[in-house]
Design a protein around this ligand. Structure first.
Ligand code: GMT
Length: 392
């Protein structure tokens, strides 16, 4: 923690991390960051309305606070965002927090900003500095809603630092919210997502020897275009024994299952639902498929790459910052269905290309997106903010 005279003692900050507990990438990144920061000796508290799955299966020294808000007949739903603010304040009062790091702008940036404003009422000394990390749809979909937009803008401006997980998302956030009428143009710093490349690593077992296997992981929301992906896979692999395994759950799962059945490929396309053993499921795969219409980063693609699995995806959002066409995977124009199908076909039928791109994918994941490198970036940011906070 920052000492009373303002000196920063390395490795000893009090850090609160706020995130959604769903299977989505923002909760994964927040959980992995919290665990890594605790490993480095910081006091880390994670606040959410349920325990995020990545944290639930870890023994890391993160203190988890589930804040759902008490039900009351007047509330249609308990205001969990306010309950999270209160939980942050309780921890700040008891032991002091230096940093409150909100993942996914709404509601967490507001919960964090509010806690920062209220901190003086529970503990003397400097209030925690607020960092907001933008993950994608918090800007590209939710952020477009007029019902949230003014508050989202305020939350970004009231944060001491705003980061985005890719250059593309940083640029879109700046375009969407700045410059303001008064010309103000706050910075959005890029801190990419990361992967634990020890946990996500290529299999040491001999190749499975069966027909090629493709894998997809997502929350089956419309933005992921899973029925489109299923159709494209079936067309690309028609007349072969190739398999597609889909992991995760969400609104378009039933429709995707129905498409596989209607196209007569149900025996080659399986839906596993939500699973916590991603590394072993990914290492079993020969190629990872994404078909999203928007994707700020594509954390699941990075996790596959770390397992030595090349990626087929549309060239959207931050995907080209993660996957290099012809090097670590295959990229095509988002609406070019024929090109996507050709890429899937090549990936399934050309084991040499798959192997070369899979090896390059592993290398890129380790070199560019390693946990140590990215967590150090966040630590650097925290330290910088605390030093700036010391200035009169
Ligand atoms: O998918 C979402 O709508 C939300 C979010 C999440 O919580 O998973 O996903 C976004 O954040 C991930 C982690 O930074 C990124 O890897 C995903 O690309 C991004 N999703 C979209 O941009 C659609």
């Amino acid at each position: 923690m920052a000492s009373p005279d303002g000196d920063l003692q390395a490795g000893s900050l009090g850090i609160g991390v706020l995130c959604h507990p769903t299977y989505g990438g923002s909760g994964v990144v927040a959980s992995e960051l919290a665990l890594a920061l605790a490993d480095r000796g910081h006091r880390v508290h994670l606040f959410s309305y349920a325990v995020p799955p990545r944290l639930a299966r870890s023994s890391g020294a993160v203190e988890v606070h589930v804040a759902q808000g008490a039900p009351y007949p007047l509330f249609e739903a308990p205001p969990h965002d306010l309950a999270i603010t209160s939980a942050v304040l309780n921890v700040h009062e008891a032991e002091g927090l230096d940093i409150v790091h909100a993942h996914y702008a709404l509601p967490h940036a507001m919960s964090a900003v509010l806690a920062g404003h209220a901190a003086g009422g529970v503990r003397s000394g400097p209030p925690p500095r607020v960092v907001t990390t933008l993950h994608g749809t918090d800007i590209t979909l939710v952020g477009r809603q007029p019902s949230y937009r003014p508050l989202l803008r305020y939350a970004l401006e009231a944060s001491h630092a705003v980061t985005a997980v890719s250059e593309d998302l940083a640029m879109r956030s700046m375009e969407a919210f700045y410059p303001r009428p008064d010309g103000a143009r706050p910075e959005v710093e890029v801190v990419p997502n990361f992967v634990n490349s020890t946990e996500f690593c290529p299999s040491t077992a001999p190749p499975h020897g069966g027909p090629p296997r493709a894998v997809h992981v997502s929350n089956f929301r419309p933005v992921k275009r899973v029925p489109w992906l299923v159709e494209a896979f079936i067309e690309a692999s028609s007349g072969t024994e190739a398999r597609l395994v889909l992991i995760g759950d969400g609104p378009e799962r039933d429709h995707s299952v129905a498409r596989a059945r209607e196209l007569g490929a149900a025996e080659r396309v399986s839906f596993l639902g939500e699973r916590d053993v991603l590394p072993s499921l990914l290492t079993d795969a020969d190629v990872f498929l994404l078909a999203s219409t928007e994707e700020s980063f594509g954390l699941s693609a990075l996790e596959a790459m770390a397992c030595g699995v090349p990626v087929v995806a549309p060239r959207v959002g931050g995907i080209p910052e993660v996957v290099s066409d012809g090097v670590t995977g295959w990229l095509s124009a988002p609406e070019d269905r024929d090109a996507y199908i050709a890429d899937v076909r090549e990936a399934l039928n050309d084991p040499e290309a798959r192997e070369a791109r899979g090896a390059a994918a592993r290398e890129a994941a380790v070199e560019r997106f390693s946990l140590d490198r990215v967590v150090a970036r966040y630590e650097g940011l925290y330290t910088r903010l605390l030093r700036e906070g010391e200035r009169p």
